[in-house]
Ligand binder design. Structure first.
Ligand code: PEP
Length: 251
């Protein structure tokens, strides 16, 4: 059966010292507990090694928020998937809407990133989701389907089984406007149906699909109770241990 996952995305927040304090506080908070979900924290690159060394990574997986689309070499300022892996991180968030929008990440670029992440033993948390104009035009299903068809649906079945999908409607990210439980469930069921059509029902049933977009301690219990919502990708609410822990406890 598929895993439930609560994954934090710290984005460009927290100095190294602040990030280490946040990670160790979460580690302490989870000591002696057995969450009903896998827990992941997506830190800035420079935090990865220190955070992975400071916490119990069998309990809290560490994620990068990006990796390069090139293997290695003369790409000043870039961080490769192999480098991410060498820090002790196990996951990488790819295709976040902020990266697609502000850093012009195309499907072609994302295909390279996903391939390199998988080749280096990282689990991609692959994001998809539509902007408000697309939702208002009621064409969100076709839009998300195209995002997936152009990228992760090109993977072999064996590789597709290694990824996690996160549906994040852009209009709900950091806005305080959460998709309604019905909207989130409907989209995640749709995503699962197209995974089934492409890779078969068994693969669809074992793929973890997360919802992201202003998920918080209050709305998480209802969202996570939906049959197709296997957890959340959490931005703002992952920056405070009490808030993030409450979301973990929603399972
Ligand atoms: C995100 O950026 O992945 C996200 C879901 O952010 P927030 O929870 O702040 O909306």
């Amino acid at each position: 059966m598929r895993k439930n996952i609560v994954a934090g995305n710290w984005k460009m927040n927290k100095t190294l010292q602040e990030g280490l304090a946040l990670a160790t506080e979460l580690d302490e908070a989870l000591k002696g507990t057995t969450p009903n979900c896998d827990v992941v924290i997506g830190t800035p690159f420079i935090h990865l090694a220190s955070v992975a060394a400071a916490i119990d990574t069998t309990k809290i997986g560490v994620a990068a928020q990006n990796c390069a689309d090139k293997e290695s070499g003369a790409y000043t300022g870039e961080i490769s998937a192999a480098m991410v892996k060498s820090t002790g991180a196990a996951y990488v968030i790819l295709g976040h809407s902020e990266r697609r929008e502000y850093y012009h990440e195309t499907s072609e670029i994302l295909n390279s990133k996903v391939a390199l992440a998988l080749a280096n033993g990282l689990t991609p948390i692959y994001c998809c989701g539509e902007a408000l104009d697309i939702r208002n035009a009621n064409t969100q299903n076709a839009f998300v389907q195209t995002q997936l068809e152009e990228t992760v649906f090109n993977l072999s079945t064996e590789d597709f089984k290694k990824i996690v999908i996160a549906y994040e409607p852009i209009w709900a990210i950091g806005t305080g406007v959460t998709a309604s439980t019905e909207q989130a469930q409907e989209m995640l069921a749709f995503i699962r149906s197209i995974i089934a059509a492409k890779f078969g029902k068994d693969v669809a049933d074992s793929t973890s699909i997360l919802y992201g977009g202003s998920c918080n301690a209050k709305n998480a219990p209802e969202l996570f109770a939906q049959p197709d919502i296997d957890g959340g990708l959490i931005g703002g609410a992952s920056l405070k241990v009490a808030d993030f822990k409450a979301i973990i406890d929603a399972f």
